[in-house]
Design a binder for this molecule. Structure first.
Ligand SMILES: *Cc1c(COP(=O)(O)O)cnc(C)c1O
Length: 394
C-alpha cells in the first residue's frame, strides 16, 4: 500500500492554500473520548456541517475505525453523503425533518430522524405506511428551548409514537444548553428534568438508546453518559471550555496553510489593502498570501492575527480581502515566494488555535472551524492509517 509521508504531501500539493486534516488526530481524540466511557456506552461522532469543516467522510471513517459506533448529522443530504461513501453505521439526523418526501429519503438511505412534535410523528407514520418500519429517536427539550417536546409534556408524545407500529423508538435524547459553563447547575437541572421524564415514561426498560451528553457534558460528568454520548467538538481536538482541559488529551486535527505568492518592499507611509487600515510606519517588506475571507479566515481578524513562517511569528496587516491578504515579513530577509505560511495550527514554537481566533473575535471555536468550507482543498495526513485513496479530496 502506498502511503503519503508528510514531506510528499507538500511536494505533491502546490496550491495557493489548503486545509490539512490529520486523521491520526481524529482517531486519537475518538479513543480519548471512549476512554471516558463505560464499555457499554457508545460514542456517536457528530459530523454535521461537513464535520465542522474537516470533511465529513474522512472524519466519519476515521472515527468509526477508532471505535465510534454511530454518526450524527444535521440534514438528510449530509447523511446521504456518508451512505454514498459506504458508511454503514447508524446515522441520526439531529435537525428537523418534517415533510413526506423527507420520510422517503430517510427510509431509502437508512437514516434515523429526530422526532420533535406530535404532528411530525403523525405525518411520518402516515407516510411510512403499513409495510415499512422507520427507526426514530425522540428529541426531548429539557432546557435548550430548541427542537423537541418539552420534558413535562413528553409522556403523551411518547405514547402517541408508541401507538404507531411503523415508528420504532430506537433512541430518546436531550441536549444541554450550558454544558461548557464551569457552573454545572443548569446542566444538572436539565439532567433532573430528563431523569424525571424517563421515570414517568417507562422507557428505561425499553430497548432504546438513551443519550444526553455533547462533548462538554461527556467530559464533565459520567452520570450524563447513559447509553451513548454525542461528541462533536472534542473529536476535532478542541476543548469546549478551558476548565475541561485536564480531562483528556485532545489534539487539533485541522491546520490551514498558504503559500507566499509575492514579496515586496514598501516605503514608509504606504497604505496596505482596502481602506488603507494599515499604513507602513517605516520602510518595510510585505508578503502576500492567496487566502481570504471567502476561504474561511474571518475579515474581522484584519490587523489582529498572527501567523507563522518557519516557526517565526508574522503579523497580518491591512484588511483581509476575499481571496488574499498581506503579512509583515520585514524581519525575514531570506523569505522567498512559495514559502509556506501556517495560518492556523502548529509551526515549531508557534501554536495558533481556533480558540485564539474565537477569543479575538468574541465567538466560539465551533464557528471558526465551520467557516472552512469547500473552497480550500483538503489534504489528508496519516490517511494510510485507514485507506489508500487519493490524498487530495477536493
Ligand atoms: C452539534 C450537536 C452535538 C455535538 O456538540 P459538541 O458540543 O460539538 O460536542 C450534540 N448533540 C446535538 C443535538 C447537536 O446539535
Amino acid at each position: 500500500m502506498f502511503s503519503w509521508g508528510e514531506a510528499s504531501i507538500e511536494l505533491m500539493y502546490r496550491g495557493r492554500a489548503w486545509v490539512e486534516i490529520d486523521v491520526g488526530a481524529i482517531a486519537h481524540n475518538t479513543r480519548q473520548l471512549i476512554s471516558l466511557l463505560e464499555p457499554t456506552t457508545e460514542l456517536m461522532s457528530v459530523v454535521k456541517a461537513d464535520a465542522y469543516g474537516h470533511g465529513a467522510v474522512t472524519v466519519a471513517k476515521a472515527a468509526i475505525q477508532a471505535g465510534a459506533t454511530a454518526l450524527g448529522v444535521a440534514t438528510i443530504p449530509e447523511g446521504i453523503e456518508l451512505r454514498k461513501a459506504g458508511l454503514t453505521a447508524p446515522i441520526l439526523v439531529l435537525g428537523a425533518t418534517n415533510k413526506p418526501d423527507q420520510v422517503e429519503s430517510l427510509l431509502r438511505w437508512h437514516l434515523q430522524p429526530s422526532l420533535c412534535t406530535p404532528k411530525q410523528a403523525l405525518i411520518f407514520s402516515e407516510t411510512v405506511g403499513d409495510r415499512r418500519v422507520l427507526p426514530v429517536h425522540l428529541a426531548i427539550d429539557t432546557g435548550m428551548s430548541r427542537l423537541g417536546v418539552r420534558w413535562d409534556e413528553a409522556k403523551e408524545f411518547i405514547q402517541l409514537v408508541q401507538g404507531q407500529p411503523n415508528l420504532e423508538i430506537v433512541g430518546i435524547y436531550s441536549h444541554c444548553a450550558t454544558a461548557d459553563d464551569p457552573d454545572p447547575s443548569m446542566m444538572q437541572e436539565q439532567h433532573r428534568r430528563f431523569e424525571r421524564m424517563l421515570d414517568t415514561c417507562g422507557l428505561r426498560e425499553h430497548n432504546c438508546k438513551i443519550h444526553f451528553a455533547n462533548s462538554a457534558a461527556a467530559m464533565s460528568d459520567a452520570s450524563l453518559h447513559y447509553d451513548m454520548v454525542r461528541a462533536g467538538l472534542a473529536t476535532y481536538g478542541l476543548y469546549p471550555s478551558p476548565h475541561l482541559k485536564a480531562r483528556i488529551d485532545l489534539r487539533p486535527a485541522l491546520q490551514i496553510k498558504a503559500r507566499i505568492t509575492q514579496v515586496k518592499e514598501l516605503p514608509a507611509g504606504t497604505g496596505v489593502s482596502y481602506g488603507h487600515r494599515f499604513v507602513a510606519a517605516q520602510d518595510m517588506k510585505i508578503g502576500v498570501i492567496g487566502i481570504g475571507y471567502a476561504d474561511g479566515v474571518p475579515r474581522s481578524l484584519s490587523n489582529r492575527v498572527t501567523f507563522s513562517i518557519k516557526g517565526q511569528p508574522v503579523s497580518q496587516i491591512g484588511a483581509i480581502t476575499m481571496d488574499q491578504m498581506m503579512l509583515d515579513v520585514t524581519h525575514l530577509p531570506d523569505l522567498q515566494e512559495g514559502e509556506i505560511v501556517t495560518v492556523l495550527g502548529t509551526d515549531g514554537d508557534q501554536v495558533m488555535t481556533a480558540d485564539d481566533w474565537a477569543e479575538t473575535l468574541g465567538t466560539i471555536s465551533w464557528e471558526i472551524l465551520c467557516g472552512f468550507k469547500n473552497r480550500l482543498p483538503r489534504v489528508t495526513k496519516n490517511r494510510s492509517l485507514w485507506d489508500s485513496e487519493a490524498v487530495v479530496s477536493a
